[in-house]
Design a protein around this ligand. Structure first.
Ligand SMILES: [Zn+2]
Ligand SMILES: [Zn+2]
Length: 286
């Protein structure tokens, strides 16, 4: 059995294994050295945020049983995608694929902030009143489905090796749990690490209620895209302990902390453009 076959056959246990291992490490770290005091009890947060994660996993498996890995295998068989046209050393193809897929995730994240209808979906992630390991996986089911369709399109165009898709999903999942952790690293270590991976202090800025802060640090995994495209912001103005997490106007527990409220969140309120507010902010500040 070669590596590809092994990964294909064991994709689910590999992903679950990494998920539970990283989750356990981050959860323990948050209990031992929390960065901020939680506003909603951990029991309520975990039950509802993780409830949404399990619900999403179930729906995704139902809709797309073969998932991204299946799509990558299919694209390879059909000879679809850039990397199936050019013969590159296997390791290089894997590295390029992981970097390219991360770039697409960055662009997708900028897009879901910029397009009002998509912001309605994405605000489920941002409406969390606290910031911890479970925030990292808290996305509306429709956004999760949209992400999967974008991933399929990326795979068809890119033609990444199957192993690259598994590595990418495992790494993205691990870094999302790491950088949503209610933890922080010593200042100097954080500054060095920020050149290689998005750290908790870097991504926390993105969860600020302040529009300009929420429209920065879009990276989930590699920190380079924000630096390259001018969306990087070093620290929140009010400091990590003083900043307010969440979205203005969506702050009742029933609406943002309980599962039914979260699922309904994209469909409540008037169609006000987050993107438009952002533009107003830029006009008056530039
Ligand atoms: Zn966001
Ligand atoms: Zn986030």
């Amino acid at each position: 059995m070669n590596l590809n076959d092994f990964i294909m056959a064991n994709e689910v246990p590999i992903r679950l294994g990494f998920f539970f291992a990283v989750f356990a490490v981050m959860a323990a770290w948050e209990i031992l050295a929390p960065k901020r005091a939680l506003t909603v009890s951990k029991a309520v947060r975990w039950a509802n945020n993780l409830g949404l994660v399990f619900f999403n996993t179930f729906i995704l498996r139902l809709l797309f049983p073969a998932a991204a890995v299946g799509m990558a295998a299919f694209a390879n068989e059909q000879g679809w995608g850039l990397l199936n046209y050019f013969t590159l050393p296997a390791a290089l193809a894997v590295v390029l694929s992981v970097i390219a897929m991360d770039f697409i995730i960055y662009l997708q994240h900028v897009m879901v902030h910029a397009v009002p209808a998509l912001w309605r979906l994405h605000r489920v992630h941002h409406a969390d009143l606290d910031y911890d390991v479970t925030t990292g996986a808290r996305f509306h089911t429709v956004e999760i489905i949209l992400s999967m369709l974008i991933k399929f399109a990326t795979i068809i165009v890119l033609g990444p090796p199957v192993v690259a898709v598994v590595i990418f999903e495992v790494v993205l999942n691990a870094t999302a749990m790491f950088n949503h952790g209610n933890v922080s690293l010593p200042g100097r270590l954080d500054r060095v690490l920020r050149w290689f991976v998005v750290t908790p202090d870097m991504h926390r800025v993105h969860h600020s209620v302040e529009d300009d802060e929420a429209n920065s640090n879009f990276g989930f995994n590699l920190p380079w895209w924000d630096r390259l495209f001018g969306t990087y912001r070093d620290q929140p103005r009010a400091g990590h302990e003083g900043m307010t997490i969440g979205i203005h106007g969506y702050r009742t527990t029933k609406q943002v902390s309980w599962l039914p409220g979260m699922l309904a969140l994209p469909f409540v309120g008037k169609v006000t453009g987050y993107a438009i507010n952002r533009r107003e902010w830029s006009d008056s500040n530039e």
